[in-house]
Write a protein that binds this ligand. Sequence first.
Ligand SMILES: Nc1nc2c(ncn2[C@@H]2O[C@H](COP(=O)(O)OP(=O)(O)OP(=O)(O)O)[C@@H](O)[C@H]2O)c(=O)[nH]1
Ligand SMILES: [Mg+2]
Length: 213
Amino acid sequence: MKPIATKGESFGLSATFVLSVADPHQMPPPGTGAIVGLAGRSNVGKSSLINRLTESGGLARTGKRPGATTLPNLYRIYSGGYFLDFPGYGYMNRGQSTKATSQDASTRIVEARPDIRRVLLLVDARRELLPLDMEAARWFQMMSIPVTIVVTKTDTLSRNARDIPRRSWSRWIEEEGGEGIDGPIPVSARTGEGLPELVRHVREVLGEGATGG
Ligand SMILES: Nc1nc2c(ncn2[C@@H]2O[C@H](COP(=O)(O)OP(=O)(O)OP(=O)(O)O)[C@@H](O)[C@H]2O)c(=O)[nH]1
Ligand SMILES: [Mg+2]
């Protein structure tokens, strides 16, 4: 997908690719910058969103086929901090071993790095609340990593349907999500809808705990 370049748009989140992380010891040491993770089902639009947020066009590899990202990819934000693009969960098109390896690396990184500042958990606007997504939110919560639900691809919904996923997720967060789960923030990487709000949120997260690293 080609992001639509918006003239004069500047989010202050320009970034550069650092590496695909196969092992937690390759991660930057704690205290060198806040890490914001992006997680969600395969194909939900994680890499497209990173490209949009970092205003890079093609920094993160995106694809029509699920499983475009097989290891967590680390990006350094020039103004401070990191994005960590986790491989999507729940895809079936790749060999089991690839799937096992990528889920493995993600799990070990999360277990090794409880200092991950927050995870943006992306969910597709066209889907009902899926058990896998709710489980993922609870898992990060259990690992003491705060979560923000980000509803993606809002451009695929008609004007009338736009508000449905936001409302369902709001209700879930209120009733079941509890402490440590924020959002939902509806966005479209295609049209740019909702990005200013998401950027504000990310910048806030990066700025948090400036004394605690
Ligand atoms: N309509 C629409 N399509 C989108 C949007 N964002 C991403 N897509 C499309 O969704 C597909 C998957 O996007 P990716 O960004 O590769 O998804 P991903 O979550 O990184 O996928 P994995 O790396 O497999 O986990 C691509 O075909 C994108 O063009 C959006 O905001 N609107
Ligand atoms: Mg990806």
